[in-house]
Design a protein. Structure first.
Length: 667
């Protein structure tokens, strides 16, 4: 049965006519405004006149009084007399109202635009020696935090950020994540980093360092190259402060290096993340130790001038400082030599690479604890056996991980990849001289039944990867968290721990990750941000990280303390340093076994005092910089720099007699 439509009410029809009239033009809106004003003003004015005891008695005079009251209220004048005079008075009042309204509108609009411009940050940053960050991504929070820590001791420390975002939003997000900036001003400006006119807002020529951050979209790598070209056009190819940039695709490395010029250093985010994942998979607990080594909280790497150590051997220098662990030399030619021979001497122009809390370490006093040779075990050759690694998931960094494992693992090692049917290593994608056997198992790593079909506890290490971010997967960490949750459930069922290292793309996912006692998580881009911050403060660190984070140089490792000190014996850390030198390694810290279920990713103590004595337990570990186990393949050490982490190292631009830049420790 069809219901009869109810007739429209008078109110509905009036509302429809009113809305339709308003939609016609501005004149219709003004007309309705005038009608509404008259409907209110005229009756009220009439009521005021008729209730006034002093009002005239005649009707005509009362109507004139109503007119004068209404005209004064609407600022139309109160002229009486002939109708023509009254019309002219109304006309002049309307003109005056229009002029005043226009003037108020112009002033309001201009003032609003000016306030909006100030709010968006369009004024020039009048700072000197400040750090400039160009671009926006999740890396910005780590990078700005490190730059704030680096400039905390300066009188007028400042960090300026330029990105195509609202400056107040950027400032609010940075303030939320960083909290107190310890007196360092963080200035945000809105503009395109690829526009030279926008770059001038940050006074880049007066800055101490320039850092270019890749975004999260598909055009991020091209934007980095355009930003480097904009800096080149503004400052020139040779002059200006050092530039440190990063790209997410190695195909843009060559172009970025050319655009950065001789004063620039370009890092590959994907390669850096892959190398850290491989190193952390081989040595549980190494990811946290490396973060502690790179950030500016506590002890970190420094390149220092040590004229008092000139001509001394590396073994003598290793015991010369109380709270500084020597790890190598930076030669006068700019080459970093990590874990040199004990007999190697420091030559003229060489600088010392140390791990210390500051760049002025104190000398060891004679009262410090002596080296006890009786607690050192006899050095025995370490036999590296073939490894068995499980790779759960697949993304853009997975081929780099497979290549790194294939070039650095022992002959006969195995790598099992579990991923979807459309992912995984394809036919012909592996190099012919790979030292590992790669097997691909099709399955979804996030499903528990897929993991139950694997012999999980038969693997030496497990690497969990999430998919690449895209329109269909805006949050790739969700898959990684599901995989970690399934692995954690299996650990609880069996009561055994799995050595898992997981890759995360968002730092906010780190507190959510269910990590076991032998598990660690690497936030993609975090390590790159720390390296960028360190190189921007000291260009000599570029060569150090080139050696530390590539297969051809020294590598970080957590070794059992029993390799250096007999378990249950008391010894000073100086004894551990000497014992590590006998193994061709440099001891830079240790991790004590607390007997609990704490994660191996925490608790590493860097650069302890040489005189510090303790009883070394069987579960303690020593953090060392070890020499490479074997020679890498030729692409890694190619002379043109291809396949390296940093691409190109900056050349020296400062005269020997000039003053060092603010915050630098290598000049």
């Amino acid at each position: 049965m069809v219901r009869r439509q109810q007739p429209d009410s008078l109110r509905q029809r009036a509302r429809y006519v009113f809305d339709r009239t308003l939609a016609r033009s501005t004149g219709a809106l003004l007309g309705w405004l005038a009608v509404c004003c008259l409907v209110v003003v005229v009756p009220v004015s009439t009521l005021l006149v008729w209730t006034d005891p002093a009002a005239p008695r005649s009707l005509s005079e009362r109507l004139l009084a109503v007119w004068r009251t209404s005209a004064e209220t609407l600022r139309l004048g109160g002229v009486t007399g002939a109708p023509l005079r009254m019309l002219l008075s109304v006309f002049l009042g309307l003109i005056a109202l229009l002029c005043v309204s226009t003037l108020v509108g112009v002033i309001t609009t201009g003032l609003g635009d000016r306030l909006e411009e100030l709010r968006r940050g369009r004024s020039t940053v009048l700072e000197r020696g400040h750090a400039v960050v160009l671009g926006w991504s999740d890396q910005v929070f780590t990078l700005v935090g490190e730059m704030v820590a680096a400039q905390a001791g300066r009188m007028r420390g400042a960090v300026a950020v330029l990105a195509e975002r609202d400056s107040t939003v950027m400032a609010s997000e940075l303030n939320t994540v960083l909290g107190s900036t310890r007196g360092v001003r963080v200035v945000c400006r809105t503009g395109a980093p690829t526009d030279p006119a926008a770059l001038t807002l940050l006074s880049p020529a007066a800055a101490h360092s320039l850092l270019v951050v890749p975004g999260d979209d598909d055009a991020a790598n091209a934007e980095v190259v355009r930003t480097l070209l904009a800096l080149r056009s503004l400052l020139g190819a040779e002059a200006g402060p050092p530039v440190v940039a990063a790209v997410r695709d190695e195909r843009f490395l060559a172009a970025a290096r050319l655009a950065a010029g001789p004063r620039g250093v370009v890092l590959d985010v994907e390669s850096t993340t892959a190398r850290l994942l491989v190193q952390a998979a081989r040595h549980p607990g190494l990811a946290g130790a490396l973060r502690d080594l790179l950030d500016l909280a506590g002890a970190e790497l420094h390149v220092i001038r040590a004229p008092d150590a000139l001509g001394l051997t590396f073994a003598e220098i290793s015991l010369r400082y109380d709270r500084a662990c020597a790890v190598g030399f930076l030669t006068a030619g700019g080459r970093a030599l990590l874990t040199p021979a004990r007999e190697a001497r420091m030559g003229p122009g060489d600088r010392l690479i140390v791990v210390a809390e500051d760049d002025r370490p104190a000398l060891r006093t004679p009262e410090d604890a002596a080296v006890d040779l009786t607690v050192m075990p006899d050095p025995v050759p370490r036999e590296r056996r073939p490894s068995k690694t499980l790779l759960l998931g697949w993304n853009r960094r997975a081929p780099l991980i497979v290549d790194l494992l294939g070039r650095t693992a022992r002959q006969g090692s195995q790598l099992h990849v579990v991923s979807g049917p459309d992912d995984g290593p394809g036919p012909g994608s592996l190099a012919e001289d790979m030292r590992i056997t790669v097997a691909h198992h099709k399955g979804e790593p996030t499903l528990p039944h897929t993991l139950r079909t694997l012999d999980l506890f038969g693997y030496d290490s497990v690497i969990a990867l999430g998919p690449d971010a895209g329109p269909e997967r805006p949050r790739p960490d969700d898959d990684t968290l599901l995989t970690l949750l399934a692995l954690s459930a299996l650990e609880e069922e069996t009561g055994r721990a799995l050595p898992v290292v997981a890759e995360l793309s968002d730092h906010r996912s780190l507190p959510l990750a269910p990590l076991g006692p032998m598990s660690a998580a690497v936030v993609r881009g975090e390590l790159t941000s720390l390296v960028m911050a360190r190189i921007s403060q000291s260009t000599g660190m570029a060569a150090v990280f080139e050696e530390l984070l590539t297969a051809r140089g020294g590598a970080l490792a957590l070794r059992p303390a029993r390799h250096y000190v007999l378990p249950g014996r008391a010894a000073s850390f100086a004894t551990v340093v000497v014992s590590a030198l006998r193994h061709g390694e440099c001891a830079i810290g240790y991790r004590a076994d607390d007997g609990g279920a704490a994660s191996l990713d925490t608790g590493v103590r860097l650069a302890p005092g040489r005189s510090e004595r303790r009883v070394w337990a069987a579960g303690d570990h020593v953090l060392v910089v070890a020499a490479p186990d074997e020679e890498p393949r030729s692409p890694e050490a190619s002379p043109d720099g291809r396949g390296t982490l940093l691409g190109r190292l900056p050349e020296s631009r400062r005269d020997p007699g000039s003053a060092p830049a603010p915050g630098s420790v290598d000049e």
